[in-house]
Design a protein around this ligand. Structure first.
Ligand code: TRP
Length: 332
């Protein structure tokens, strides 16, 4: 069986350093290992949270631009838009008849997102994991790179696939979650106990994939640190969230273990470490943010890449939907 990778990212989050280090780097690695990769902008998922209709198309292009700027090569990987491929929604309905309510009710992401107001949550938010199962199964993907927070959704996907196979005949491979390498937890540059996030009020809390070299350097130099020297061991990072975060970011950018970074800077002051981190961040990120800005200035080019990917994805997904319909016994 050949490997087929599928993953997606929602166009709700303005991309920042955390996304790049956490997810895109792994996607690129898989692509460069020669796997067949399908990477989509999950816009149907994005509308399960309040979204701004005026911003959706632009953020869809922005995610696609970030994929490409980060190193996803449209000549190697297929990049496409979920809503442009009808097979996702179509297969979702078929799978919705199989997915069990009890399992959906146990989804921690739903509980988190719906909060105290679960009664008022939309059906789409509740059914989100079923759409995700359809995303994966409609391509018969074998491996799905995801963050820790999506593992439960992958389990549901495997469940739904197994039930379908049992009820209607062998159709879907059971997809493996693929958590390649440690996904670094990138925290706010202002507060090392908070996740780096687009919604943080302070732009100094994050590095955006559209920041230029000056902005990147400035943000790193202004990042919150603490009054101590850099630690000599990992154990000494205990209770030093900001130091841990900056060392984590350095290690991820340098593609090395945090132990190695700690050894490099043990006993030094932040005034020595920060410029090194700023230089590294600029060297690694500025080419990406530059390409990102160029791409965003040429939406027609982004659309052309996406159209190509959409067409490929439609071809693959139509076959699977036809097969599922036939197995379920529909009239034609
Ligand atoms: N739910 C995923 C997230 O928020 C995005 C996503 C949608 C996805 N469909 C997918 C990821 C299918 C992997 C496979 O991160």
């Amino acid at each position: 069986m050949t490997k087929r990778i599928l993953s997606g990212m929602q166009p709700t989050n303005n991309l920042h350093l955390g996304n790049y280090l956490g997810a895109l780097k792994n996607w690129i690695k898989l692509q460069n290992e020669g796997a067949e990769c399908l990477y989509m902008v999950a816009d149907l998922h994005a509308i399960t949270a309040n979204h701004d209709p005026k911003a959706l198309a632009k953020s869809t292009r922005e995610i696609a631009a970030a994929f490409i700027a980060s190193g996803i090569d449209p000549a190697k990987s297929k990049i496409f838009v979920q809503s442009a491929v009808p097979g996702h929604s179509e297969l979702m309905w078929l799978l919705a008849t199989i997915a069990q309510l009890g399992k959906l009710e146990r989804m921690t992401q739903f509980k988190d997102k719906a909060g105290k107001n679960a009664e008022r949550a939309g059906l789409g938010l509740f059914a989100y994991p079923v759409l995700m199962a359809a995303d994966i199964l409609v391509y018969k993907a074998t491996h799905v790179p995801v963050g820790e927070d999506q593992k439960q959704h992958l389990e549901l996907t495997r469940d739904v696939a197994a039930t379908f196979n049992k009820n209607f005949g062998e159709t879907f491979p059971l997809p493996e979650p693929f958590i390649t390498g440690p996904a670094p937890r990138v925290m706010s540059l202002r507060d090392g106990t908070k996740k780096m996030s687009k919604s943080d009020e302070s732009d100094y809390s994050r590095i955006n994939l559209t920041d230029d070299a000056d902005a990147i350097a400035k943000k790193v130099k202004k990042a919150t640190s603490d009054p101590h020297d850099l630690p000599g061991s990992k154990a000494e990072l205990e209770g030093r969230a900001e130091a841990a975060n900056l060392l984590t970011i350095y290690s991820a950018l340098a593609d090395q273990d945090i132990e190695k970074t700690i050894n490099e800077f043990a006993g030094k002051q932040f005034s020595a470490f920060k410029p090194a981190l700023a230089d590294l961040a600029v060297a690694k990120l500025a080419p990406i943010t530059k390409r990102m800005t160029e791409l965003m200035a040429d939406p027609a080019q982004i659309d052309a890449y996406l159209e190509r990917g959409n067409e490929h994805a439609r071809g693959l997904s139509e076959k699977t939907v036809a097969e599922a319909r036939e197995k379920m016994g529909f009239w034609k």
